[in-house]
Ligand binder design. Sequence first.
Ligand SMILES: C[C@](O)(CO)[C@H](O)COP(=O)(O)OP(=O)(O)OC[C@H]1O[C@@H](n2ccc(N)nc2=O)[C@H](O)[C@@H]1O
Ligand SMILES: Nc1ncnc2c1ncn2[C@@H]1O[C@H](COP(=O)(O)OP(=O)(O)OP(=O)(O)O)[C@@H](O)[C@H]1O
Length: 289
Amino acid sequence: MITTWPAPAKLNLFLYITGRRPDGYHNLQTLFQFLDYGDTLHIEPDQSGNISLLTPVAGVSDEQNLIVRAAKLLKQAAETSNPLLAQAGARISIEKTLPMGGGLGGGSSNAATVLVALNYLWQCNLTSDELAKLGLQLGADVPVFVEGFAAFAEGVGEQLQPAQPEEKWYLVAHPGVSIGTPEVFNDPGLTRDTPVRDLAALLAAPFSNDCEAVVRKRFREVDELVSWLLEYAPSRLTGTGACVFSEFDTESAARQVLELAPKGVRGFVARGVNVSPLRRTLSERPATA
Ligand SMILES: C[C@](O)(CO)[C@H](O)COP(=O)(O)OP(=O)(O)OC[C@H]1O[C@@H](n2ccc(N)nc2=O)[C@H](O)[C@@H]1O
Ligand SMILES: Nc1ncnc2c1ncn2[C@@H]1O[C@H](COP(=O)(O)OP(=O)(O)OP(=O)(O)O)[C@@H](O)[C@H]1O
């Protein structure tokens, strides 16, 4: 039977870089919230023992695709305690909506959805925390998508504590450039020494993103987009970009600004949600597949 699963986007409502580890990764303090908007995966479990992706993603080989990597990783991990899972297979297709290199976590979200969905469909019985730990091998953003609650994150993004930011409406705008995460983290001009603060202090201060200055400097398109959006609403970069989001109290206010967007700017309006559409979908399914 084909089953359908959401892979939502995330926003980094704030993102501060507090240091750099010896392995080159950066320590962060960031506030994640999900959007009620994203990719959709269709997954048909079978007994073929193979993972196949029926809809290749442009520019990403199947071996590199986080969808396939997540499915193989889960199968490998679950097989050690249940050898019957050697027969487990799946046919997966994706309706890709989220821009790649957008700072919306699309690839990480795809991986998390595959981990959660196949854990359910194959009846592997891994806990969310075990799945999140597996997911961290695929990317720093995967654990928050697996857990599925809005969260304050520290470490490289894997130390999560639930948070309840206001569920605002967002206009998310894409300036038409793709930005690789390593490119931003390797920029010599990046602020890497923001003092560590506790969550209460961070929530009380104006929100910002330490990646924004270097990204605006490197990409004129992002710089112009932020300047334009700031005329209408509080606006900033998500993740390492390229997307910029503006916050509004109502959907109609966000849509009005989207209609005025300059040429070359694509965008969408979505609600911020503190429980991810993936978690909601899982909770609505029968206890066993
Ligand atoms: C910037 C964020 O989007 C904030 O949510 C994430 O921290 C990035 O998460 P991600 O895309 O899952 O990143 P990964 O695929 O794990 O890492 C890509 C590259 O970004 C750099 N990287 C990533 C995360 C981090 N905390 N420090 C880093 O320095 C590393 O060079 C790494 O090789
Ligand atoms: N299923 C997938 N969907 C999108 N990108 C994928 C996928 N699998 C692998 N990738 C690779 O991951 C890279 C980052 O894609 P992604 O959409 O997660 O970017 P992002 O939104 O900037 O992520 P982040 O916010 O975590 O930095 C892509 O450029 C692509 O090479």
